[in-house]
Ligand binder design. Structure first.
Ligand SMILES: Cc1cc2nc3c(=O)[nH]c(=O)nc-3n(C[C@H](O)[C@H](O)[C@H](O)COP(=O)(O)OP(=O)(O)OC[C@H]3O[C@@H](n4cnc5c(N)ncnc54)[C@H](O)[C@@H]3O)c2cc1C
Length: 559
């Protein structure tokens, strides 16, 4: 797949992307569609086509990234025909080991949709997807060089081009390419991050082991009663979800893949579950047998069809800077990565790629604003990352709490659908002027989020961990259903959009007040432990959709 053009040492208006994985290839497509005159080269270490199924993790997309790949990049047809539609995120809490195995999941708390929501999302087979992305790139005129490794970079300042040095992995021949812009999309091997000393150690100490099995492992088969499938869209509805089995200090995923395989992963806090306790296949199977016997029963039947087994220690990592005024940028995991719970990895790719496109547009059309824009978008991106980290940091002990964790999920879904996903899908991340005008609201959401996550942590320590069996369908909750439906709404004009965004913020504030007040009524001492927040005493018009959620909280919290 290599092209001779890439060996030319110098070419004006050249962009080189280091690493042709999810972030690098999708950025090449996005940029080429916006700036067809740009010469774009992607240098990828792996030989294409890559293996299907057992390629990489990052298979579960949520609404923001689904919109990015299908609408922004225009890959809807591929997603609908070659990947799988997704029935949202689904969570099972604390199955009671004393219940008969085939009734256990029904007699616990299950959180997940029964029918596909109006706003589509997908499960990605990463091998199939990256092969397709590379083909789309080449059809658009991007030079895609596979089987070559980036070995060095010389970053230059002012108007001087950068130099990228790479090597053919078979012939060992070395080549050089010069470019105006360089994007590092090499994931955690990021050469620019290392060279510039940008790495920041994350305090979130979590590790993972995952594997793929060439079989359809369907959690629906773990129960045989009629009620288990009542009102579900099809007999294998749950199979289409990203299924999370929630445990003490850990969670387990089951993700279906279009190639017919199933992806399974353990994600655990190092303190409670050191990676050494599940870092080989045998140890992982034993670990599953002990902590998740139901899931283990499904896996063990098909272990002969195992396709791979991988581990990653301390996957969370932070970064000092991702967009630099000397025309170099980091995207995807080369920058920062938090935690795969709620599948935010591809969302961050969509956001950073959109910002990089915006910055390159600015450098071409309005170069005087370029340095300031770099600074502002860099701060914005890293702040968003920081504000999202509070959702995960120190919260693994809450993950298994059968009353508090569903309330946390209600809150986290509400923030995502009324804020991040809403603004991205409505095109606001590509309209930075308008985005920065919303800063006051970002600050309010940041404050509420930080406080409430702290509350969940302390509340879970006080609240008895008793699971009243309950099925929670987010789309039976009007507040969540309307937020999800509102993600793709066509607004008549900018004022109508802004009004909806203000309504979303009011809804969040109202939910915030309701959750805090419920917690403080039950455990007054909690109020003393959490810094006071002015939003708690703001006068907010009652919102019927939020008030009706009080019943659900009552069902989750034992009298
Ligand atoms: C346990 C776990 C589970 C996850 N689950 C999800 C999920 O469900 N949903 C989600 O959205 N995200 C998930 N993520 C995050 C997701 O994996 C990443 O967001 C995504 O893969 C990052 O894409 P990328 O392009 O940055 O990296 P990659 O896709 O890894 O691409 C980097 C590319 O750079 C190439 N490369 C590296 N070094 C060089 C070099 N020197 N020269 C040339 N090429 C090079 C590599 O070969 C590779 O192809 C998960 C992450 C983890 C750790």
């Amino acid at each position: 797949m290599a092209s001779a053009a890439a060996t030319e040492p110098t070419q004006t208006d050249q962009l080189v992307i280091l690493g042709g994985g999810l972030a690098g290839l999708s950025l090449a497509i996005q940029l080429k569609q916006r700036q067809p005159q740009l010469a774009i080269t992607v240098i990828e270490r792996e030989k294409h086509p890559v293996t299907e199924a057992a390629h990489k993790v990052g298979e579960s997309l949520v609404e923001l990234s689904s919109h990015y790949f299908s609408e922004v990049l225009g890959l809807k047809q591929h997603l609908e025909e070659k990947q799988l539609p997704k029935l949202g995120l689904r969570f099972f809490f604390r199955p009671d080991p004393d219940q008969p195995a085939d009734e256990r999941l029904q007699k616990t708390i299950e959180f997940g949709a029964k029918k596909f929501p109006s706003c589509a999302s997908y499960q990605l087979d990463r091998g199939i997807f990256e092969n397709h992305l590379a083909e789309v790139c080449q059809d658009l005129g991007v030079i895609f060089i596979d089987n070559k490794k980036v070995i060095d970079i010389q970053l230059n300042k002012k108007e001087q081009d950068h130099q990228v040095f790479f090597q053919d992995l078979e012939t060992l021949e070395k080549q050089q390419i010069n470019c105006r812009w360089v994007v590092d999309a090499c994931s955690r091997k990021s050469p620019i991050k290392r060279q510039q000393g940008l790495d920041i150690e994350s305090p979130h100490k979590v590790s993972s082991a995952w594997f793929r099995i060439a079989q359809k492992l369907d959690v629906n088969t773990l129960n045989h009663s009629k009620e288990w499938l009542e009102d579900h869209q099809g007999d294998n509805s749950r199979w289409f979800s990203t299924n999370h089995f929630m445990g003490e200090g850990y969670w387990l995923w089951f993700i279906p893949l279009a190639s017919g395989s199933t992806s399974i992963g353990i994600v655990a806090e190092n303190d409670r579950h050191p990676l050494a306790s599940f870092n080989t296949l045998d140890k992982a199977l034993q670990w599953l047998e002990k902590h998740e016997p139901l899931a283990a029963s499904l896996i063990n039947k098909h272990i002969d069809a195992l396709q791979d087994f991988r581990v990653l220690k301390n996957f969370s990592h932070d970064c000092e800077q991702v967009f630099n005024k000397n025309r170099w940028f980091l995207t995807g995991e080369a920058g920062a990565f938090l935690d795969p719970f709620y599948s935010p990895g591809s969302d961050f790719i969509a956001i950073s790629n959109t910002f990089i496109c915006h910055l390159i547009d600015t450098d071409i059309n309005d170069s005087l604003s370029f340095a300031t824009n770099c600074l502002m978008l860099d701060m914005f991106y890293l702040n968003l990352f920081k504000n999202t980290s509070v959702i995960y940091q120190d919260l693994y002990p809450v993950f298994n709490h059968p009353a508090i964790m569903p309330i946390k999920i209600l809150w986290d879904f509400s923030v995502y659908w009324s804020f991040t996903a809403f603004l991205y899908i409505q095109g606001q991340f590509d309209n930075t002027e308008s985005l920065f005008k919303q800063r006051r609201h970002f600050e309010d959401i940041g404050v509420m989020n930080e406080q409430i996550q702290q509350l969940f942590k302390l509340w879970a320590e006080q609240e008895p961990a008793i699971a009243n069996p309950l099925y929670i369908d987010p789309f039976n909750i009007d507040f969540l259903k309307n937020l999800n439906q509102g993600l793709k709404k066509d607004f008549a004009d900018d004022d109508a959009f802004k009004q909806q965004f203000l309504n979303n913020i009011q809804g969040l504030k109202s939910l915030y007040q309701m959750i805090c007040k419920t917690a403080y009524q039950r455990h007054p001492e909690l109020e003393q432990q959490i810094a006071p927040c002015a939003i708690l005493s703001e006068q907010i018009e009652p919102i019927a959709e939020v008030e009706s959620m009080a019943d659900l909280l009552g069902q989750l919290l034992p009298a």
